[in-house]
Design a protein around this ligand. Structure first.
Ligand code: HEM
Length: 373
């Protein structure tokens, strides 16, 4: 075997190859303005960050898809999810540099990009698919039949970007499906799915929770009624709002929005398990699952903030004009920030969670590793 020659920084990092990639469509960097080179560099850096995020997401998904998820792996999984959040924060930070570009400077080179767009970023689509964004959640624009059309070459043939996304669509399950399957197995008051009496244990927790939630609201309503500054109409409106909150919590926990009875039982268990973990996360066995819930929310929150920050940067640079990809620009981007929500079941628990003194008492605390002091 011949010995490998000693490493250098430039060989390992591929510095020369990397620095030769900013020539734009004609491959001639000298013909470009500083603004345009910066525009290309920021996109390239973001694509590299997305590459790192995809690896983290796949690693987390591969862990949670296992039939048995070892508890010892949960702290590393948390760190990985936190890194995803940090990557989106860094990417959002790049928009500060982007928006130093004046509108007319961008207009000098914008037309030659058309109809290319960030909408064709295959890696962004991979991240969404790997996270678990459902196709029916997508907001259509330009290519109304499917967002995949935007990833074709202009003669309609398959592009490397399209192949990349198609491969990812085949790569099931998503992180959401894997993590939900794991969460749904969480013991509720010591009872696990498939055990005799599990349905009854779920129902008992849900009933106790809803009773406590109603008690909490009645306490709050008493305080409202003492507030002399409110008119009777204000009070009635508030009562209606509280009643709606109770109604929505009941419908959510009983999974009334789910059609088939089997799916309803499965979703009901998942939603209850999430609420149970959040309600009793101080129990040793539920602490790491609680941290995982936080890390998932943090990763998704950072992605949402990235989308919102992108929209504000776009508004500042090009106003509300039509995008090069053909969408209505800022309005489209704002809608993605609002609607592209993946971990809805986990967010929903935040709306319902109760103060710890109101939460239903734990049955079987010893099962969760809690020792009497
Ligand atoms: C001056 C700079 C930029 C402008 C004016 C701009 C504008 C836009 C607009 C208007 C859209 C909507 C689709 C369309 O009609 O084209 C879009 C989509 C997108 N842009 Fe940008 N963008 C800029 C920089 C960036 C950067 C630095 C990134 C970094 C990754 C980025 C990533 C994306 C992505 C991923 C989408 C797809 C969003 C989705 O469909 O959910 N953009 N951009």
């Amino acid at each position: 075997m011949t010995a490998r020659r000693p490493a250098t920084y430039w060989d390992y990092i591929r510095v020369e190859e990397l620095l030769a990639l900013q020539g734009g469509l004609d491959g001639d960097e000298r013909a470009l303005t500083d603004d345009e080179v910066r525009f290309i560099v920021i996109h390239q850096i973001d694509e590299l960050w997305m590459k790192v995020a995809i690896r983290e997401l796949a690693t987390a998904r591969d862990l949670f898809r296992r039939q048995h998820v070892p508890e010892t792996a949960l702290s590393s999984a948390c760190a990985g999810l936190e890194r995803i959040a940090l990557i989106f924060d860094l990417m959002a930070g790049h928009f500060r540099l982007m928006e130093t570009m004046r509108t007319r400077s961008y207009l000098e080179f914008r037309d030659k990009l058309s109809p290319a767009s960030g909408f064709q970023s295959a890696q962004m689509r991979e991240i969404e698919i790997l996270l678990g964004l459902e196709p029916e959640q997508r907001i259509p624009f330009g290519h109304e039949d499917s967002y995949l059309q935007a990833l074709r070459e202009y003669d309609g043939s398959e592009s490397p970007a399209l192949r990349r996304v198609l491969r990812r669509i085949e790569d099931r399950p998503s992180l959401k499906d894997a993590v939900y399957a794991w969460l749904a197995r969480a013991p509720i008051d010591g009872s696990s799915p498939g055990q005799p009496g599990d349905d009854e244990a779920v129902t008992a927790f849900v009933d106790a929770f809803l009773t406590r939630q109603r008690a909490g609201q009645e306490q709050r309503m008493q305080l409202v009624l003492q507030d002399q500054a409110r008119t009777p109409a204000d009070v009635a409106r508030l009562q209606q709002r509280y009643a709606k909150e109770l109604d929505e919590a009941r419908a959510h926990l009983h999974a009334e929005d789910v059609q088939s009875a089997d799916d309803r039982r499965r979703v009901r268990r998942l939603r209850t398990a999430i609420l149970y973990i959040e309600s009793h996360r101080e129990l040793p066995l539920l602490s790491w699952p609680g941290e995982i819930l936080d890390a998932l929310i943090h990763a998704e929150q950072s992605m949402i903030v990235f989308r919102q920050r992108h929209a504000r940067m776009v508004e500042r640079v090009i106003g509300r004009r039509v995008g090069t990809g053909g969408s209505d620009g800022v309005d489209y981007l704002d809608r993605t920030a609002l609607d592209y929500r993946v971990f809805r079941e986990i967010w929903a628990a935040r709306t319902m969670l109760l103060r710890s003194d109101l939460a239903p008492a734990v049955h079987n605390a010893g099962y969760y590793g809690l020792r009497a002091d």
